[in-house]
Design a protein around this ligand. Structure first.
Ligand code: GLN
Length: 500
C-alpha cells in the first residue's frame, strides 16, 4: 500500500487497517506530518503543527493496540482542531494577534473527548480571526488557500479545517459554526461538515464569538467519518450551561437506512435568482437522488430568509462586542502601551492587535447595544430571530428534513470580496437560518461546477435530529460523491494543483 492509498481512506477504513495491524498510527502520523511540512506552505491550512505531541499520542495508541486495549474507532486517527478550540499546553490563538502566545492551561471538552477516544491531534488549523469571516482572509497570520485551486479561498471561517481535510493532511477536523463557518468551507473544499443542534456539543473551552449561535462540529471527507466524530464529541457537559441533557443516539445506525417515505422540503426562498446555474443544477441532482430513493419531495416556505443576513449581523456582532471585551491586555496575550497608563494600554492593545474586521464587528455590536439604539436594532433583531424559529417549526410540521444549496456560488477568488464586507456577508444567506433557529445542518459535496470546483448541498434537520441528516446525506453521497481529488494526495511535487 502506498502513502497515497491510506491518506484518502475514511476514518472507518483506517481504523480497520490499524485494527488488523496492516498499518500503525505512528507511520500514518509520520507520513501526514511529512506531507504537511512539504505541502502546507502552499495551502496554509495549519497555524501550528504539533509534531511531538502527535507522535507521542500515536505511539501510545499503537502501544494500547498491541496490548489489546484499544479505545475504539478513533484510536490512533490523526485529526486537526480549529485554532479557537483550547488545547492544554498548545498555543491557541483564534488567528488573532491579541491571543498570540496564549497557551491554555486546560483542554476544551471537545478536545478532551477526542483525546480520551485515542485520537491523535496533529495540529491547530487556520481560520478567520475569532471566526469572523467567510473566506479565511481575516486570519492575522496567514492566507489559507483552497486545495482545489490555490487562487481561491477555502471559505471561512473554518477554512483551514476544511482545506486540511481536503488536502488529506488529516482524517477529520473540528470547526465551529456561528453563521455557516463549518458548512461554507466544507462546500467550497468538497468535504462534509456538520453543525450540530445548538447545545448538542459542549462549547466549554471554545473561544466565544457569538455565544447563542456558536456550535462545534466535525468536518470530514465522508458522511460516516462525520458520524463517528460527532459520536465522540456529542453529549451533555455540566461545564457548559447551554449544553442539552439529552441522550446521544447511535449515529452510525442512521447510515444506510431506507429513505423511502422520508419527507424532504425544498424552501422556495433558497432557489432565488441569485444562485448560480451550475450550483442549482447540482443541488437539483441531489434532490432527484432522494426522489429516486422514494423520498417525498415537498415545497416549503421560510418566508423570513430575506432578513437572515441583517438579523444575524446584529445579533452576532452584539454578542461578539461583549465576548471580546475580555481581551484587554490584562488577562491574555501581549500587552501594548503599558507605560502610558491604563486607558492607553487598552487602546493600544485592542487598537493594534485586533484586525480590521474584528474592530468593525466590535463597533457595530457596541452600537446596536447602546442606549437609544438597543430597541431599534438589537431587540428588533431578537424578535425577527423568533420568526425564523417559527418558520422552521412550521416547515418541520410537514417535512423531516430540508434541502437546498449551501452557498449561492462555488469558492470565490482570494481578494474578490475582501473590500466589500456586504458582498462577503451575503455568502452566508442560506446557512444563517439554522444558526438563528439552533437547528442541525450539514453540507456535503454533490458535484463539481462548470469550472471544476466542488459544490455543496445543505441539509437542515429538526432539533436534535442529526440522525436524519446522516441518513439523507449518506443516500446522496452514495450516488454523488466527488471522485476527483484536489491533487495527488501526499505527492511531494507540484501535483495537480492549479495555480492561476
Ligand atoms: N461568515 C459568518 C461571519 O462572518 C459566519 C462566521 C461563523 O460561522 N463563525 O460571521
Amino acid at each position: 500500500m502506498t502513502v497515497q492509498d491510506f491518506a484518502s481512506m475514511s476514518i472507518a477504513e483506517l481504523a480497520q487497517k490499524l485494527e488488523k495491524k496492516e498499518l500503525c498510527s505512528v507511520e500514518v502520523t509520520q507520513n501526514l506530518l511529512k506531507a504537511i511540512s512539504v505541502q502546507d506552505e502552499r495551502i496554509g491550512s495549519f497555524l501550528k503543527v504539533d509534531e511531538k505531541g502527535a507522535l507521542a499520542a500515536a505511539k501510545s495508541s499503537d502501544e494500547r493496540r498491541n496490548s489489546g486495549s484499544s479505545l475504539g474507532v478513533l484510536d490512533g486517527i490523526p485529526l486537526g482542531l480549529k485554532d479557537l478550540i483550547s488545547t492544554e499546553g498548545l498555543e491557541t490563538t483564534a488567528a488573532s494577534k491579541i491571543l498570540q502566545g496564549y497557551i491554555p492551561p486546560f483542554d476544551a471538552t471537545v478536545t478532551a473527548k477526542l483525546k480520551s477516544a485515542g485520537a491523535v491531534i496533529i495540529g491547530k488549523t487556520n481560520l478567520d480571526e475569532f471566526a469572523m469571516g467567510s473566506s479565511n482572509e481575516n486570519s492575522a497570520f496567514k492566507v489559507c488557500r483552497n486545495p482545489w485551486d490555490l487562487s481561491r479561498t477555502p471559505g471561512g471561517s473554518s477554512g483551514g479545517s476544511a482545506a486540511s481535510v481536503a488536502a488529506r493532511f488529516c482524517y477529520g477536523t473540528l470547526g465551529t459554526d456561528t453563521g455557516g463557518s463549518i458548512r461554507l468551507p466544507a462546500s467550497f473544499c468538497g468535504i462534509t461538515g456538520l453543525k450540530p443542534t445548538y447545545g448538542r456539543v459542549s462549547r466549554y473551552g471554545v473561544v466565544a464569538f457569538a455565544s447563542s449561535l456558536d456550535q462545534v462540529g466535525p468536518m470530514t471527507r465522508d458522511v460516516e467519518s462525520n458520524a463517528l466524530m460527532l459520536q465522540a464529541i456529542a453529549g451533555h457537559d455540566s461545564r457548559d450551561s447551554t449544553s442539552i441533557n439529552a441522550e446521544v443516539p447511535d449515529y452510525q445506525a442512521a447510515l444506510g437506512k431506507n429513505i423511502a417515505g422520508l419527507r424532504i422540503g425544498i424552501p422556495k426562498e433558497y432557489f432565488s435568482d441569485g444562485i448560480r446555474a451550475d450550483v442549482r443544477a447540482a443541488v437539483e441532482r441531489a434532490i432527484s437522488v432522494l426522489e429516486a430513493g422514494g423520498a417525498v419531495i415537498k415545497e416549503v416556505s421560510l418566508p423570513h430568509t430575506k432578513y437572515a443576513v441583517a438579523t444575524y449581523y446584529i445579533v452576532a456582532t452584539a454578542e461578539a462586542s461583549s465576548n471580546l471585551s475580555r481581551y484587554d491586555g490584562v488577562r491574555y496575550g501581549p500587552r501594548l502601551g503599558e507605560e502610558q497608563g491604563l486607558n492607553q494600554m487598552y487602546q493600544q492593545t485592542r487598537g493594534q492587535l485586533f484586525g480590521p474586521e474584528v474592530q468593525r464587528r466590535i463597533m457595530l455590536g457596541t452600537y446596536v447595544l447602546s442606549a437609544g439604539y438597543y430597541d431599534a436594532f438589537y431587540l428588533r433583531a431578537q424578535k425577527v430571530r423568533r420568526l425564523f424559529a417559527e418558520d422552521f417549526t412550521n416547515a418541520f410540521k410537514e417535512v423531516d428534513a430540508i434541502i437546498g444549496p449551501t452557498s449561492p456560488t462555488p469558492a470565490f477568488k482570494i481578494g474578490e470580496n475582501i473590500d466589500d464586507p456586504l458582498a462577503m456577508y451575503l455568502n452566508d444567506i442560506f446557512t444563517i437560518g439554522a444558526n438563528l433557529a439552533g437547528l442541525p445542518a450539514m453540507s456535503l459535496p454533490c458535484g463539481l461546477s462548470d469550472d471544476k470546483m466542488p459544490i455543496g448541498v445543505q441539509l437542515i434537520g429538526g432539533a436534535l435530529d442529526e440522525s436524519t441528516l446522516f441518513t439523507v446525506a449518506h443516500a446522496i453521497e452514495k450516488e454523488l460523491s466527488i471522485k476527483e481529488v484536489p491533487f495527488n494526495p501526499l505527492s511531494l511535487g507540484e501535483g495537480g494543483v492549479r495555480v492561476d
